[in-house]
Design a protein around this ligand. Structure first.
Ligand code: AMP
Ligand code: ZN
Length: 488
């Protein structure tokens, strides 16, 4: 079984060959930390978390780098943002780095809630200004960039003149690009409207600014990813990922910067995750069509009829392939919840199944495992993998009903394979176990409060805690070693 993945650059599913056998360098564009991540952002990061987990499960050693965009940067159309950080700092009356810290912490909390593994390296754009200045200088020296009025631009036409192909990833024709673009920013500064900023002169109101050979300014957004991916993964690495919307211009520009600097294409496989939609429209902060992850989990929203556990949200996301659009809806979440509960019920039931080494089963464990791995190797096809897991679920319930049999070796194999796919690869969590842990912690807090009340002779309160818990079916038992509880 060979791993195949869809390469956006060639538009084909290709057999994956790492540069260094057994090792993978993977870079994924991280969040812009000037506001909370919405559920759409989470989907992209979750898609790559699944890919990261799958690669590790398939035996690769992965160095996973995901950056934090914490410097004011350029907007999608390549024009200078009128500094979203500045706007947000005014709105919240905070220092720019306070904004950055606040939303970086929020981002980490959200991803942890959905059980995403942290990347191996999480570099920040502001921590790599020196590298970005060096790259800009190199591009000027090599004739691919020019200074204009304190800013530095990448010369797209020069790049193409040298036989390189700007537009190769997004399949855009440079002539069309030139014809269809109006220069909204850098008017008079750029040679051509498609030229993009590597370094931008800071206006007097701009707070985030650094010294450079071209005066005070800040780096272009596209450059930060080239600087950080090159630093931690080398001039050429295996996989670069991000949301579909980053293909152009962001990733197109990264390819151009890499080739212009080092004479080689920086990335072997470009992977793009598709969008999360709501009401059939792309989830986005700017249109207001979005939901925050916490709102879905707490139920504080007008769109879903009830709250959903993060693991169910994760399961719902993985029921769609990472390259397909996923429209989140109440019905989709309810259906995922049902499926999730059935899957977890099967895991539980499997623990009480007794093996039978005499009878032969109709279910071929090896065939089933092969199908699961085929799905994973086929461009990380999570919905097909999940469908195969449900074949095992059916078998497990048949075992439980005594309609099927399994040998003791088979039972161990089924348990470990199922656990590996559910917990390690899909990254799901057992809600029941988690809830029990939470309940245990909560009861310990209540016992501690009751002890404090007794110590200060507030027997009315201590009795109230005991009686109210008893009414809920939780009995406190005082013993020599302290108080324990029994769930009735
Ligand atoms: P940003 O912080 O805006 O740079 O976005 C972070 C990541 O979220 C990028 O990889 C985007 O492609 C991705 N993203 C933005 N909107 C959506 C969406 N509606 N669905 C999935 N991914 C998205
Ligand atoms: Zn990037």
């Amino acid at each position: 079984m060979q791993l195949k993945l869809y390469n956006s650059l060639t538009g084909e599913k290709e057999i994956f060959k790492p540069i260094l056998e057994g090792n993978i360098g993977m870079y994924v564009c991280g969040p812009t930390v000037y506001s909370n991540v919405h559920l759409g952002n989470v989907r992209t990061f979750l898609s790559f978390d699944f890919i990261y987990r799958s690669l590790m499960h398939l035996g690769y050693k992965v160095r996973y780098v995901r950056n934090i965009t914490d410097a004011g940067h350029l907007t999608d159309d390549g024009n200078v943002d009128n500094d979203r950080f500045v706007k947000q700092t005014r709105l919240e009356k905070l220092e720019p780095m306070e904004i950055v810290q606040k939303y970086t912490v929020d981002f980490h909390k959200v991803l942890e809630m959905f059980n995403l593994l942290p990347p191996n390296i999480e570099p920040t754009a502001t921590g790599h200004i020196v590298e970005q200045i060096e790259l800009t200088q190199k591009l000027i020296e090599r004739g691919f960039a020019y200074e204009s009025n304190g800013s530095v631009y990448f010369d797209v036409l020069e790049y193409n003149k040298r036989g390189l192909n700007y537009g190769e990833l997004s399949k855009r024709n440079i002539e069309e690009l030139f014809a269809n673009t109006r220069d909204l920013d850098g008017q008079g500064e750029k040679k051509n409207p498609q030229d993009f900023a590597l370094w931008k002169k800071a206006s007097p109101v701009h707070i985030m600014r650094w010294n450079s050979p071209w005066g005070e300014g800040f780096p272009g957004w596209h450059l930060e990813c080239t600087a950080m991916s090159t630093k931690y993964l080398g001039e050429k690495f295996d996989i670069h990922g991000g949301g579909m919307d980053l293909k152009f211009p962001h990733h197109e520009c990264e390819i151009a910067q890499g080739k212009a600097c080092n004479d080689i294409a920086p990335v072997n496989y470009w992977m793009h995750a598709n969008m999360l939609t709501m009401n059939s429209q792309r989830m986005s902060k700017s249109t207001g069509n979005y939901i925050l992850p916490m709102q879905l989990v707490t139920g504080e929203n007008d769109f879903f009829e009830k709250p959903f556990h993060p693991s169910i949200v994760r399961f719902c996301f993985l029921q769609a392939h990472y390259r397909s659009v996923l429209d989140i809806s109440n019905d989709a979440m309810i259906a995922s919840e049902k499926g999730f509960i059935r899957l977890m019920e099967a895991v539980k039931v499997l623990n009480s199944v007794a093996p039978d080494n005499e009878k032969q089963s109709e279910f071929s464990l090896q065939e089933w495992k092969d199908k699961c791995y085929d799905a994973l190797n086929d461009d990380f096809n999570s919905p097909i993998l999940i469908a195969h897991l449900f074949e095992a679920v059916k078998y497990i319930f048949a075992l439980n009903d005594g309609k099927e049999t399994i040998s003791s070796a088979g039972l161990e194999d089924l348990k470990s394979t199922l656990n590996a796919f559910i917990y390690d690869v899909l990254g799901l969590q057992n809600i029941e176990e988690n809830n029990n842990e939470k309940l245990d912690q909560t009861l310990k807090v209540l016992i501690e409060l009751r002890n404090q009340a007794r110590k200060s002779k507030n027997f009315e309160l201590s009795d109230q805690i005991r009686d109210k818990l008893l009414a809920e079916g939780i009995e406190l038992k005082d013993g020599r070693d302290g108080t324990t509880y029994v769930l009735n």
